[in-house]
Design a protein around this ligand. Sequence first.
Ligand code: CP
Length: 329
Amino acid sequence: MIAGSKPVSLTPPANSTESLVKKKHLFDFKDWSLQEVHALFDTTDVMAQVLERTIKRVPALQGFTVGTLFFENSTRTRLSFERAARAQSADVLSFAAGASSLSKGESMKDTLRTIDQMQSDVYVVRHAASGVPYQLSKWTDAVIVNAGDGRRAHPTQALLDAYTFKKNFPNFDSFEGKRLAIMGDVMHSRVARSNIELWTLLGGEVSLCGPATLLPQEFEQFKNVSLSHNVYEAAEGAHAVMALRLQSERMTSGLLPSIAEYQERYQVTEQVMKHAHSDALVMHPGPMNRDVEISGELADSERSVIEKQVANGVPIRMAVLYTLLVGKR
Ligand code: CP
């Protein structure tokens, strides 16, 4: 036997996804229970073990085809889904809008029906418009996984963020009493919305911070969510501080007086972290604009788990694909 090739059981733990998570698609967490999220984290632990082996591949999804339909750019999400599919021996059909026949006038529906003829079992979808993954689910029998729709939701990002937080503390017990501070362009951020949804579902609290033009007041109504325009106040006692990029591609007009003023008032720095909990983590979903929303020094510091977030994206997405597909055997 080749060293490290010992098979890893992919039978989920007894209390895990096979019995608990009965979902066809993943659009957001509106229909997810706390138990289901924890079950998915248990499956992620199994997947993380697979990725620690010399031969990082199991036959769990052999015979399945995963289509990645990206109508918007991506580095982390797309590559980690493709890695997650291949690590389970699935085939991958990779569609990039910019290199497709969409530019020749083919509609999205006809594009999907064309790719459907190549027998994809699941589509991982990213689009600039909110609701596209849901709409596609009406045009295909395949499973749909939302890889980011407009400013609405990016559920696998929130899953990997919460999983990274949990795994960083050896004796982690619960999200209750743990506060995530999210700083920056909350208005345009699907990452913020999915993190608010998931973190509060898990029992944690969220503080949001940004300039008035980038911090929707509607979040004031949310249970266990607080708003502030002061980074020091928002960071006070937080267990993790997440900086968000200014999403200029979603901004219509001058929402900021100047980048220099934004950096001065809202950049997450070592100084800001002095207000957070002594063990607080520095997080960023990426892509990062160094020295705009986060200081480069802090991003590279020991508190930073930014690269760990990227690494955890693979076992989380393996667990999502496995959970949604395995019941289709
Ligand atoms: N966090 C995230 O979604 O990154 P990508 O845009 O590179 O996928």
